[in-house]
Design a protein around this ligand. Structure first.
Ligand SMILES: C[S@@+](CC[C@H](N)C(=O)[O-])C[C@H]1O[C@@H](n2cnc3c(N)ncnc32)[C@H](O)[C@@H]1O
Length: 205
């Protein structure tokens, strides 16, 4: 799967200047999911929203392989509205043009709960301007986390910035938000998730 199917879906970094053209057929709007794991959420979203191009970023090879297995490439055509980035999502974000994404998903990111590891967190004040740069004004950014330290961290980070409108998180998963494998395990273990829906400040298109 990694050797034969992944290359057919891999997002080509030389196409990063116009990510909408990386899809077949070309799309009008591009969404990015960071840390798509085994792909349940990404695959549900591309099925629900065939007009959207979704890039799934995942560094964990087993996760990507599991996602590719679900696509059954031998019996079905690979989806034209899915592309995969098998590297650090931050490296992709850095090469995307301004206002090129319509939605960003960061679902149950690694929380890095120890203070000395805080700089490894994906949601970090130092990286927020770069995320804001690639999201068009009005674009939605969804984040979920079940880790209490990370929940407090998100509240602190978003209270101290003006790039995103950041109403308090929901404690029940909103509609049109397909569940993930990690979430199911967290809820089964009795943990409570926070679901943030942020909006890039600025006028909507
Ligand atoms: C806790 S798992 C959650 C996976 C999935 N979102 C879910 O809810 O089931 C976090 C995932 O993010 C991936 N990840 C962490 N940092 C990443 C990065 N900078 N770029 C891409 N993927 C990343 C990890 O490999 C891991 O699979």
């Amino acid at each position: 799967l990694l050797a034969e199917v992944l290359p057919q879906l891999r997002f080509d970094p030389t196409a990063a200047g116009n990510p909408a053209a990386a899809f077949s057929p070309h799309v009008a709007r591009v969404w990015l999911e960071v840390g798509c794991g085994n792909g349940e959420h990404a695959l549900a979203q591309i099925a629900r929203h065939p007009e959207i191009g979704l890039i799934g970023a995942e560094v964990f090879a087993n996760g990507l392989a599991s996602m590719l297995a679900h696509l059954e490439p031998e019996t079905r055509a690979l989806p034209g509205n899915l592309r995969l980035w098998d590297d650090d999502a931050r490296a992709l974000i850095r090469i995307l043009p301004d206002a090129s994404l319509d939605r960003l998903f960061v679902l149950f990111p690694d929380p890095w709960p120890k203070a000395r590891h805080a700089k490894r967190r994906f949601v970090h004040p130092a990286f927020l301007p770069e995320i804001a740069r690639v999201l068009r004004p009005g674009a939605e950014w969804r984040i979920a986390t079940d880790d209490p330290t990370h929940q407090a961290w998100l509240a602190e980070v978003f209270a101290a910035q003006t790039l995103f409108a950041a109403p308090p998180p929901a404690t029940a998963r909103p509609a049109d938000w397909p569940p993930t494998r990690y979430e199911a395990k967290a809820l089964a273990a009795g943990r409570r998730a926070h679901y943030w829906t942020l909006r890039r400040a600025g006028p909507s298109r």
